[in-house]
Design a protein around this ligand. Structure first.
Ligand code: PEP
Length: 250
């Protein structure tokens, strides 16, 4: 089975409700005839607006984080059932900014992945090495560890997407070369194959993320093991996001 191609825009902590409305209205025509699935990963406060504006089109809505407990004394957190109820279909888990600034660990990533999948959400699990780890030559060890721990207890990969996001490329304007990005994505597929077998691995959507933009998207998305992108900065501009969506062919 061939993987679904998915272009996802990670808005991070950007866009009020009014800005969300305007950006989505501009993205809708770009996504209309897309060959890939289009996902927008919006702040919690924009979820309802995003769901209402996209429910008839082919744009899916994602949250950028969740908690792994069902409910309780976890001030400031949002449960997977709350996300389901509001109409989100995906949740991004383990983004490097959450690992870096908010104490996310491989273990909490795993708990969130399990909770989200159990609730019926799809997950985009982010993995990737820091510059220091790349320079030490341990990219594969780091990525394999992140992938394996994230997937503990996950029986089927049907609703799982993995995003390879080298930390040194996120928001820095430094993109991995087509070959560098494809090499690690292929390695992730091999790692998954060892656990889930050939058919699950070959059907898994693996995205690249890290300063993907309107200029470099076509080269990255043409790589055999890259099945889409997770895009930060460039997803905030409908024109650029539209070019990236158009570059994601079957
Ligand atoms: C991201 O936020 O996941 C990301 C890849 O950001 P950027 O495209 O801005 O590097």
């Amino acid at each position: 089975m061939k993987p679904r191609k998915i272009i996802a825009g990670n808005w991070k902590m950007n866009n009020t409700r009014a800005q969300t409305r305007e950006l989505i209205e501009n993205i809708i025509p770009k996504a209309e005839n897309a060959a890939c699935e289009v996902v927008i990963c919006v702040p919690f406060t924009d979820l309802e607006t995003a769901v209402n504006l996209t429910h008839t089109g082919n744009i899916r809505v994602a949250a950028q984080n969740c908690h792994f407990e069902k409910s309780g004394a976890f001030t400031g957190e949002i449960s997977v059932d709350m996300l389901k109820e509001i109409g989100a279909e995906y949740v991004v888990i383990g983004h490097s900014e959450r690992r870096q600034y908010f104490g996310e660990t491989d273990v909490t990533v795993n708990k969130k992945v399990v909770a989200a999948l159990e609730s019926g959400l799809s997950v985009i699990v982010c993995v990737g090495e820091t510059l220091d780890e790349r320079e030490q030559g341990i990219t594969r060890e780091v990525v394999a560890r992140q992938v394996k721990i994230a997937l503990i207890g996950v029986k089927s990969l049907e609703n799982t997407v993995i995003a390879y996001e080298p930390v040194w490329a996120i928001g820095t304007g430094k993109t991995a070369t087509d070959d560098q990005a494809n090499e690690v994505c292929a390695f992730i597929r091999e790692t998954v194959k060892d656990i889930y077998g050939e058919s699950a691995a070959s059907g898994l959507t693996i995205q690249y993320g890290g300063s993907m933009n309107a200029k470099n998207a076509a080269g990255l998305l043409a790589q055999p093991d890259i099945n889409g992108g997770l895009i930060g900065g460039a997803s905030l501009k409908a024109e650029d996001f539209g070019v990236i969506i158009a570059a994601c062919t079957l």
